[in-house]
Ligand binder design. Structure first.
Ligand code: PMP
Length: 293
């Protein structure tokens, strides 16, 4: 925070900041993984996250000065101070609007927080379809990773929890599939991995981009096209994809049970796991070393 390592209890912002009164901030979620031999710790596709953060900042008119080298250094500094053996880390860089009003005289700060993560693979999920929608690009663009977008996600998760769902699918205003509350979505039909384009109302997911690269290595067809809601009921496999969730297969979509592990998705998740643990090199999966034992 403010370019310095800051103790958790001292990380404060003012109640009058636009970050608080209008929810003006953009952020990223970045995952760091220990290698399988526990010798190195690396950040996954860090540069992609930096680029998306810059793009989000631009789209909501938040000045962001840090170049990539400075951003990488800040992330590594935080890793060095918080990393413990046997736990991965999830980093959350957030660019807050601290001063200024309605875009005038805006002053921002990039604050990066980090959280320990278990080194376990995600469990299959029971999922539902939310009545809350991703708004259109002309009202609240899903392409911007802004805090404000997570108001809908939060409501959907609260509803879902009441029904015992671990993740919810958000539809777009046309009633087609957009994404999860904190993840992108992939379905499998007839051996093809299918995901909606960003114009359907979803974030441009880095995990989906990684999945596409894994598919090309495995020779699995990967298609980007709109997905109808009813396809969720007849898809052979369904999987949520995101930095934090990684690749989590769906074992039940509302009333319908789906066999897991899925024959198409499972080899993709295996390859993802081997790659992030430095056991297999896959083009498009880029690991920035942040710590070496
Ligand atoms: N959509 C939403 C709403 C998300 O919060 C996330 C997680 N960042 C994703 C999609 C997946 O994006 P990524 O794979 O880049 O983490």
């Amino acid at each position: 925070m403010n370019g310095r390592l800051t103790p958790w209890d001292d990380a404060r912002i003012h109640v009058s900041s636009e970050a608080l009164i209008r929810g003006i901030s953009v952020f990223e979620g970045i995952k760091g993984y220990w290698s399988a031999d526990a010798k190195t710790f690396s950040l996954l596709n860090l540069h992609d996250h930096y680029v998306r953060l810059c793009q989000s900042a631009l789209m909501v008119h938040l000045p962001f000065q840090s170049d990539y080298a400075g951003f990488e250094r800040a992330c590594i500094t935080l890793v060095e101070s918080l990393l413990v053996p046997g736990k991965d880390l999830w980093l959350r860089p957030t660019l807050f609007a601290l001063e200024g009003s309605w875009g005038l005289d805006t002053v921002t700060d990039l604050t990066i927080t980090a959280y320990s993560q278990e080194m376990t693979r995600p469990q299959p999920l029971v999922a539902g379809i939310s009545t809350w929608q991703r708004p259109s690009d002309a009202s609240q663009p899903a392409r911007i990773k802004s805090a404000a977008n997570y108001l809908v996600s939060r409501n959907a998760r609260i509803d879902g929890r009441r029904h015992g769902y671990g993740e919810m699918v958000l539809l777009n205003p046309a009633g087609r599939v957009a994404e999860g509350t904190g993840s992108a979505i992939l379905i499998v039909r007839n051996g093809q991995v299918i995901t909606p384009p960003a114009s359907e109302g979803c974030l441009e997911s880095i995990t989906v981009k990684i999945t596409e690269r894994i598919c090309s290595v495995l020779g699995t067809p990967f298609v980007v096209r709109p997905i109808d809601k009813t396809e969720l009921y007849i898809a052979d496999e369904i999987c949520f994809a995101g930095t934090l969730l990684e690749l989590a297969q769906v074992k039940q979509m509302e009333f319908r049970t789906i066999a897991v592990p899925g024959p198409v998705i499972q080899p993709i998740t295996d390859a993802f796991w081997r790659a992030v643990r430095c056991e297999q090199s896959i083009p498009g999966i880029n690991l920035t070393p942040a710590y070496t034992v």
